[in-house]
Structures are given as C-alpha cells and as structure tokens.
Design a binder for this molecule. Structure first.
Ligand SMILES: Nc1nc2c(c(=O)[nH]1)N[C@H]1C(S)=C(S)[C@@H](COP(=O)(O)O)O[C@H]1N2
Ligand SMILES: [Mo]
Length: 394
C-alpha cells in the first residue's frame, strides 16, 4: 500500500515544488533580459580601475580635510603653501562629483550579477558577494551624503562629518580587498585585445564625457575664471557682499546685535603675561598688514580676497604669549560648531595670519565677520572664525 502524506502537508509540498520550479526557471528567463553586451567584463574592468583611482583620491583628500579640522596632539599642519587646502578640498568635492557617472555606469554594467543563480555557490563566493554589497552600499552612502551636504540639505539625522569620515574607511577597505581579488581578471581583460566590437569605447567615452560636463559646471566654484559656468555650484566666487560668498550670515549665527554693539572689545587672555583689551579704533591704531588669501570652504567652493588687518602674532606678542602656545579664537556666536577654532604655533606665527578688519578695500561686511575675523593661509573655511571677540592663549 502506498503511504499518502497527511492532508495538511500535501498543499505545502505542492507549493514548495512549484516555488522551486519557478526559481529554477527564473535565472534562465532573467538571463535573456540583459541583452546589452556592455554588461561586460572589459567595461567593468576599465570602469573599476577609474573608480579605484577616484575613490583613493577622495579618501586621501578627505583624510587631509578631517585631520586639518581635528588634528591629533602631535600633528602640525604647515601654513604654506597658501592654497594647499583649497586644492585638496577642490579635488575632494569636484572630483567626487565627477565620479558619480563612473559609479552609476559601473553599477549598471554589473547589475545583472545581482540575479545570478544560485545566489551563493560556496563560502568564498558568498564572502565575495557580501563584500561587494558592503562596498556598493557604503559608496552610495558617501556619494549621497556628500552631495546633500554641499547642497546644504541636512536631510539626515546624523552628523555629516562623523558619518562621512567613518564610512570612508569601510569604502576604502572594501575597495582594496575587491581590487586585489579582481586584479588578475582585470589584468587579463585589459591586456588582451577585444575580439568583438560592441561599442565599449563609445560607452566609456560617454561616461567620461558626463564626468567632464559635471566638472566643467562645478569647477568654477573654486576657479574664478570659470565662475560663470558653475551653474551646479551652490556658492560662486564673485557673488555675495564685497564680491565674496557667505556661508553663514550674521543673522543665522545670531550675532547681528552683538557685532554692531559699540561696546564691542577684543580681549587677548588665557596664559598671557597681561590681558589685552582693545576697541575697534584701538585695533585700527596697530600696524596694519595686507594679505591675499582664499576662503576655502570644506564644501568645495573657494575664493580669493584681499584682507587687511592686524597680524595675529603682533597681538599675541602684546599680551606676552608663549611662542609655543596654541590659541583659541572665539566668536560672539553662542551656538554652533564653528563658533571657535584653534591655531597651532606654526599658523599664528605666519605673517599672513591676520585678524582682518577690511575685505577687498572696505571694512568687513557684517556677514563676513565685522568687527573682525580670522583669516589664515592653508586652512579650511570652517576654521576662519568670524565675529571674533576673544583670543585665548592655551
Ligand atoms: N563664527 C563663525 N565663523 C565662521 C562660520 C560660522 O558658522 N561661525 N562659518 C565658517 C565657514 S564654514 C566658512 S566657509 C567661512 C566663510 O566665510 P565668509 O562667509 O566670509 O565667506 O566662515 C567661517 N567662519
Ligand atoms: Mo565652510
């Protein structure tokens, strides 16, 4: 006698059989869908190499920006060349934007693999796929948060700088392992001549062209001769009060009243031989010096300006500060991450480091930091404190 399965399990086994049959049929049906011959190892290899170089450059320039803003105790950033940060951060932001088409093209080229069957063939194969998922997820996170941040759209609940910084290690770790893993295949692919012509070159040139267009319409945010082309840039050189863009206005920083108060004084205090307290006229009575220096914002835009004011080292000498001391520059602003910044000795001894009173020939606009602001060479914009009222020697 044939043993029949109990009534309840029968529908279950039937469902399972149907599902398995469907799954077995699915990959072959899907395989027919990806008809473009550009889902191809050769295209993936070239795009992969370009992406690898771009991501390494973004990582290196990103680390520079991070450690300039959060220097460990032993680290000393040089104050020259004057434009170093401007260049590294321009490469980071504009280069990052130009990488977007490469990433999208690469994902498009390889996405049929998402449906490969069976999804995991062996432990190493599973590990490899997991690594690719981590890489793609982390890279997309970096590009999305980066773009939103330079567009001043703080749509996410976490702090951009912290999340973007730590995710960078995940991206670069995954990139290095993935590149080492794929290297033999990439080498084999790009060293041999293609046997067929499927328009790879045209496709890759289109992707490169898209990167070029993005670069062309943003690079003007840092390179003023092309400012008029910079239609995608959120800040442009030449626009704003006194011909200079403003990131945070006095109103937004809540300092409008305090900065206009005739009772404003500059105080030099902390570990000094004597406290120095100066009025605005008192500051103007000190020797004035000029410097042409850029504001180089971490968001990628930068612009040169003519600054005039008192050398920081003269003020600190008046107070008798120790040569090796660090200095904290404090703004009238009472909230926000950028109300203070710190200067290492190398930076405050630099004769170009000023407490500026004038910008492009006129007294500082309220939005540029009136009555006075810090301006120093080779330094991110976030550290060029505006509406200064106190220097504290540490
Ligand atoms: N007190 C204070 N200073 C500040 C800021 C701020 O938010 N508060 N923003 C900084 C940033 S991010 C930049 S890019 C520069 C811009 O200077 P600008 O507005 O004069 O161009 O100011 C810096 N100084
Ligand atoms: Mo900035």
């Amino acid at each position: 006698m044939v043993r029949r399965p109990p009534p309840l399990t029968r529908p279950l086994t039937t469902a399972l059989t149907v599902l398995l049959a469907a799954l077995r049929a699915a990959p072959s049906r899907l395989a027919g869908r990806f008809t473009s011959r550009l889902h191809d190892e050769r295209v993936a290899a070239w795009l992969g190499m370009a992406l690898g170089v771009s991501l390494l450059s973004a990582f290196a320039t990103g680390l520079i920006s991070h450690f300039m803003q959060h220097p460990p105790g032993w680290m000393r950033w040089p104050s020259r060349p004057v434009n170093l940060y401007r260049v590294t951060q321009g490469v980071h932001v504009i280069g990052g934007l130009a990488t977007v088409p490469l990433l999208l093209a690469k994902l498009w080229t390889v996405y049929p693999k998402l449906w490969q069957w069976p999804p995991v063939r062996s432990a190493p194969h599973g590990a490899r796929r997991l690594l690719v998922f981590v890489l793609v997820g982390a890279a997309l996170f970096q590009f999305v948060t980066g773009v939103l941040n330079i567009a001043y759209w703080y749509a996410f609940p976490f702090l951009f700088t912290t999340a973007h910084y730590w995710t960078a290690y995940i991206v670069i770790g995954a990139v290095l392992i993935h590149a080492a893993d794929e290297w033999p295949k990439v080498r084999r692919t790009v060293m041999t001549r293609p046997q067929d012509a499927v328009g790879r070159r045209a496709f890759l040139l289109t992707v490169a062209g898209a990167s070029g267009v993005i670069t062309a319409v943003t690079v003007g945010e840092a390179f003023s001769p092309l400012a008029r082309l910079a239609v995608l840039a959120p800040r442009r050189p030449g626009t704003g009060p006194q011909g200079l863009p403003v990131n945070k206005s006095a109103a937004a920083a809540g300092v409008s009243a305090a900065a206009r108060d005739p009772g404003w004084r500059l105080t030099v205090t902390g570990r000094v031989r004597r406290d120095v307290v100066l009025t605005l006229d008192g500051l103007r009575a000190l020797p004035q010096h000029s410097a042409r220096l850029p504001i180089a914002c971490v968001e990628g835009w930068s612009a040169d300006a003519d600054w005039r004011g008192v050398r920081l080292r003269d003020l600190l000498a008046l107070a008798g500060a120790d040569d090796a001391a660090r200095v904290r520059v404090e703004s009238l602003q009472t909230f926000g991450l950028y109300r203070t910044s710190r200067l290492d000795p190398g930076h405050w001894h630099d004769p170009l480091t000023l407490l500026a009173l004038d910008l492009n020939g006129d007294p500082l606009d309220l939005d540029h930091g009136h009555p006075c602001r810090l301006i120093a060479p080779n330094r991110p914009g976030v550290l060029q404190t505006k509406w200064v009222h106190r220097l504290v020697v540490l």
